[in-house]
Design a protein around this ligand. Structure first.
Ligand code: NOJ
Ligand code: CA
Length: 512
């Protein structure tokens, strides 16, 4: 029932910056609906929408005040229903962003939890039993209410951690995942999931999924928790897809997630490829993909047949690709992203090479992330077609660079990033060997070597992918036969004797 993941290509939408339809300067759900055809036309058949629930927006919506209502600035629950309907009509699927680890301090649960009198929400968050004791290794709020205790934080200071218990208990106030409080927290979160699934959403991207049970070094408690969620879903909503922000697929997939993201932090070496002093995808050719490949293979082997590892082009937390790569380098990077196993995720605007906007004042807890969250650039009308509000009312300022890319300009150029991405997705959709579940074997990925080459194999075909981001042609020895080039960017790679030779800045998919 989750078969659609086999050939899913996702598009991540940061709702406040995508399309405004009521001139308040903030994107909205009707705006997303109005752009579904654009997303479809690009070739994406699934979307992930960042949190769109009622919130004081101290962390752009990752501080939820009510899990059951769409934030008025984005529309209504009816709009969400319509969005699911319109997406399904086009054969697309929609994931919402579930934030189970913490709420906003404005949430009703928290307002009850701070009260001195014992009530149904006293144990909903992690409290020490004295205001003079702070929880170890976690930030906390204290002295904020009559309740004698300190309450643990999960992220920013207005994001108190929900209580799912501790795996190893070292203090009397720490509860086990099987205690009543943590059990009630999990039950409440399952109800939230049921609510949106019954309305028609197809699943969730889960925020900080690996951090729910505390003092849980190996993730065993958190894995056990997600297994319970999966068991409930298998019974009630077997079609529901779960994608984790965890970054350790060997753990998350055991917990029943279908896919886990490679993250820009943690052990993945993801940013060796895109965002570091010498990114592998820079044409300078000084990068090194080998640590990435080694870690990837390790996770891949451990997670094989349990689920998928997904690689995003970027997201709302990291620098835009265009901050470290030129448009031509971005095209080559997409040649990799769109030919790897797992479902690729394209961050809105990366398909046109949107830039990181420098020098912005932080918006809603964005800080340095704000530059990657600027409004989508559609056309050459006012505010690039994002909104008809006056520019000072926009959620985040538009990129002011006269050279900034727009959809309309990219559409007009055959060699644009947009067309490259669209063509690559098209080829991926025609070949099972390039899709989510087909296997991968690296054939050229030694330390400090170019190109990067791997084969992808499904039951009925094998495709050799050769990616050469560097500005000079590169060769590698291989006893693989040559074959039919089914996609080529920057010139065809050729077999010369016992070696393949890849032209400078090129991507080749060869059907063997
Ligand atoms: C990860 C989200 O992607 C990020 O934007 C957010 O600030 C934190 N989790 C906290 O929820
Ligand atoms: Ca709006």
């Amino acid at each position: 029932m989750t078969q659609w993941l086999d050939n899913a290509v996702f598009y991540e939408i940061y709702p406040q910056s995508f399309q405004d339809t009521n001139a308040d300067g903030i994107g909205d759900l009707q705006g997303i609906i109005s752009r579904l055809d654009y997303i479809c036309e690009l070739g994406c058949n699934a979307i992930w929408i960042n949190p769109c629930f009622t919130s004081p927006f101290g962390d752009a919506g990752y501080d939820v005040a009510d899990y059951y209502t769409i934030a008025p600035r984005y529309g209504t629950n009816e709009d969400a229903k319509q969005l699911f309907f319109e997406a399904h009509k086009r054969g697309m699927h929609v994931l919402l962003d579930l934030v189970p680890g913490h709420t906003s301090t404005e949430h009703r649960w928290f307002k009850e939890s701070v009260r001195d009198e014992k009530n149904a929400f006293s144990d909903r968050y992690i409290w020490t039993d004295s205001v003079w004791e702070a929880p170890e290794n976690m930030g906390c709020l204290r002295g904020i209410s009559d309740r004698d205790g300190s309450v643990a934080l999960n992220f920013f200071s207005m994001q108190p951690a929900l209580n799912y218990g501790f795996y190893k208990i070292t203090r009397p106030w720490q509860q086990s995942p099987d205690d009543e409080g943590p059990k009630a927290t999990l039950a409440a979160m399952m109800d939230v999931m049921r609510f949106w699934l019954s309305m028609g959403c197809d699943g969730f991207r889960v925020d900080m999924a690996g951090s729910l049970v505390k003092n849980d070094e190996d993730g065993k408690g958190t894995i056990a928790l997600w297994k319970k969620v999966r068991a409930m879903l298998d019974k009630e909503y077997p079609q529901a897809v779960l994608v984790s922000e965890w970054g350790e697929p060997d753990k998350s997939l055991q917990g029943g997630f279908h896919m886990d993201f490679l993250l820009h932090f943690g052990p993945s070496h993801y940013n060796d490829l895109f965002r570091c002093e010498h990114p592998f995808f820079s044409s300078a050719g000084k990068g090194d993909a080998s640590a990435f490949v080694e870690k990837y293979l390790d996770s891949y082997v451990k997670s094989e047949r349990k689920g998928l590892i997904c690689i995003p082009s970027g997201n709302h937390d990291m620098d835009r690709l265009a901050r470290s790569l030129t448009p031509d380098e971005i095209k080559v990077a997409f040649g990799f992203l769109l030919s790897m196993p797992g479902a690729p995720f394209i961050y809105y605007g990366d398909e046109i090479g949107m830039r990181y906007v420098e020098g912005l004042t932080s918006v809603e807890g964005g800080y340095n992330r704000t530059g990657s969250r600027s409004p989508m650039q559609w056309d050459s009308s006012a505010n690039n077609g994002f909104s008809s509000a006056s520019p000072e009312k926009l959620y985040i300022k538009m990129d002011a660079d006269p050279e900034r890319p727009t959809v309309i300009r990219q559409l007009a150029r055959k060699d644009s990033i947009y067309h490259t991405v669209k063509d690559m997705i098209g080829v991926r959709q025609e070949h099972t060997a390039l899709q989510s579940r087909a296997g991968i074997d690296f054939v050229c990925a030694a330390p400090h070597t170019y190109p990067l080459a791997y084969t992808r194999s499904s039951e009925d075909e094998t495709i050799l992918v050769i990616i050469n981001p560097s500005a000079v042609s590169q060769r590698f020895e291989s006893d693989l036969p040559g074959g039919e080039t089914i996609y080529s960017l920057g010139g065809e790679a050729v077999k010369e004797g016992a070696a393949f030779v890849a032209p400078p800045c090129s991507v080749n998919y060869i059907l063997l």
